[in-house]
Design a protein around this ligand. Structure first.
Ligand code: AP5
Ligand code: MG
Ligand code: ZN
Length: 213
């Protein structure tokens, strides 16, 4: 099963990806997490990505496509995958289509719909686990112990790009670059839309139903 999760920044892709993937018996990957991992390891790719991410701009297609294709072509991911945050541009969608052609294409694209006001509330209150990347929210889904991850005990931190001015840019870039990719999959007939403003559990149920149906 090959599934793509699409939705604006803060729509809940990362919150849902792991459980969706484990239901399907595959792994999930977030292109943003791969870039942040490279930043932590201070690789050349990490330093390049930081210069775009800190301003809320997209990382260039060439390096993004290569990074995600390397992940997909790892034999450990041959059973399928859940992609969180890729593709976001036409060039990325075309590269993925070309790679998937021999395998029969992508099975489902799930689009998580959330209003702009709600995205801003979510992103500006978000905390992330430094070790396992689980997202929390200071009001909507706080961790049981303040500042510590429920899953692994890791330290929670605020992403640099979750500051209010960068959040606004990220939403603009999404509207400009990624909305057309959503339309592309809608026209291909494999897109399913879910209401992302329900509580976390109900969004997950709606997504599982959309993948099954
Ligand atoms: P990335 O890390 O992917 O960021 P994003 O797309 O902006 O999405 P987010 O991770 O911010 O949001 P999310 O949808 O995962 O929401 P979450 O579940 O955390 O990318 C970062 C950057 O990397 C990009 O800006 C770009 O520079 C670069 N990049 C990445 N991929 C790229 C690509 N393909 N091409 C080029 N550049 C790329 O939830 C958000 C908050 O809401 C959390 O606090 C959560 O607890 C809360 N929440 C979630 N669901 C609910 C709910 N139902 N009710 C209430 N609260 C909720
Ligand atoms: Mg995310
Ligand atoms: Zn953790």
């Amino acid at each position: 099963m090959r599934v793509i999760l699409m939705g604006p920044p803060g729509s809940g892709k990362g919150t849902q990806a792991t459980s969706i993937a484990s239901n399907l018996g595959v792994d999930a990957v977030s292109s943003g997490d791969l870039f942040r991992d490279n930043q932590r390891r201070d690789t050349e790719l990490g330093r390049l990505a930081r210069s775009y991410m800190e301003r809320g701009a997209y990382v260039p297609d060439e390096v993004t496509i290569k990074m995600v294709m390397d992940w997909i072509s790892n034999p450990a991911h041959s059973a399928g995958f859940v992609l969180d945050g890729f593709p976001r541009t036409h060039a990325q969608a075309e590269a993925l289509d070309a790679e998937m052609k021999a395998l029969g294409g992508v099975d489902r694209v799930i689009f998580i719909k959330v209003s702009e006001d709600e995205l801003i509330r979510r992103l500006t209150g978000r905390q992330i686990c430094r070790d396992c990347q689980t997202p929390y929210h200071i009001h909507f889904s706080p961790s049981k112990t303040e500042g510590k991850c429920d899953n692994c005990g890791g330290e929670l931190y605020q992403r640099d790009d979750d500051k209010a001015d960068v959040v606004t840019t990220r939403i603009q870039v999404y509207n400009q670059e990624t909305e057309p990719v959503v339309d592309y999959y809608r026209q291909a007939g494999i897109l399913r839309e879910v209401d992302g403003e329900q509580d976390v559990g109900d969004v997950g149920k709606a997504m599982n139903a959309a993948i099954g149906g």
